[in-house]
Design a protein around this ligand. Structure first.
Ligand code: V07
Length: 264
């Protein structure tokens, strides 16, 4: 009985995936979705599998979510693949993770190219293993002229380090007399972040029940709508993404109404 009550609204209404997609597309689609993909280790543990099996399954979810986001007309999808904190994990796990970009691109790059997806990356590139750098670099070059979804991998990324680096660059320009301290404003700071070419996220999703930012896009998320779910990342399917997008759209309908009144 209980499971009937907690079934998704879409399922209760017997809405098919196709119906949900076409209904969602009629409303405002978040231009930039950022995702903290948590719960891969827990997914594996539940199945008595090694953690790396969870990471591997999580990689497949990145592909599925990318394809649906692209179909919905999302412009940018940022996924937190590896944080600067993640180096503290056991060496074997880190080594496995550092092979995932190659595996992901080796398997899915042709499909991403066919779907007009552009691959970009933000994070500290220099301290990644050579083989990882090379795989990502090749994918970025192969997709640089694509005009569909921008798939932005946060890889070896930390937001405070990003902000500190921006401050160093700005401070140097002040020291050299190219900038005056009074020139430092919000826009200038945004222009020195790794996201300088991207719009700010409209929607942040974090899976697996954790409710914190974990040093992810602290500056860029100032006005972003947040969506948290208990679903583990490898279990995050098309319906889950549509739940998040529909929630965003319902919040935006209220906000949009106010903006409309202001215009008159
Ligand atoms: C990683 C799978 C997703 C869940 C979170 C952790 C494990 C895709 C990539 C990737 C990165 C760069 C790129 C292409 C693919 C990836 C890491 C971990 C380190 F250009 N998934 N994934 N990278 N996981």
């Amino acid at each position: 009985m209980l499971h009937k009550l907690i079934r998704r609204k879409s399922e209760r209404q017997n809405q098919s995936l196709a119906e949900r997609i076409s209904l969602s597309k009629k409303e405002q689609i978040p231009g930039h979705i950022a995702i903290i993909m948590d719960g891969n280790g827990r997914w594996a543990k539940k199945r008595a599998l090694p953690r790396i099996a969870g990471h591997h399954e999580g990689m497949k979810t990145v592909r599925k979510v990318t394809l649906l986001a692209n179909e919905l007309g999302v412009k940018v999808l940022t996924v937190y693949a590896f944080s600067t904190e993640n180096w503290k994990r056991p060496k074997l796990e880190v080594d496995f993770l550092m092979r995932l970009p190659e595996e992901f691109l080796g398997t899915y790059l042709p499909e991403l190219i066919e779907k007009n997806v552009r691959v970009v990356m933000m994070g500290e590139n220099d301290t990644l293993p050579r083989h990882t750098q090379e795989a990502v670099r090749k994918a970025m070059i192969a997709t640089k002229d694509n005009t569909g979804l921008v798939l932005n991998f946060a890889l070896n990324y930390g937001s405070r380090a990003e902000i500190a680096h921006a401050m160093q660059t700005i401070a140097l320009q002040v020291k050299e007399g190219k900038l005056d301290p009074s020139d430092i404003n919000e826009n200038l700071i945004s222009e020195h972040l790794m996201t300088c070419d991207l719009p700010e996220p409209d929607l942040l999703i974090r899976t697996s029940g954790e409710v914190r930012l974990s040093n992810f896009m602290l500056w860029q998320l100032a006005y972003t709508e947040f969506w948290f779910t208990d679903t583990l990342w490898p279990d995050f399917d098309d319906h889950c993404l549509l739940d998040a997008v529909e929630s965003y759209q319902s919040r935006n309908r209220r906000y949009g109404g106010l903006k409309g009144e202001e215009k008159n």
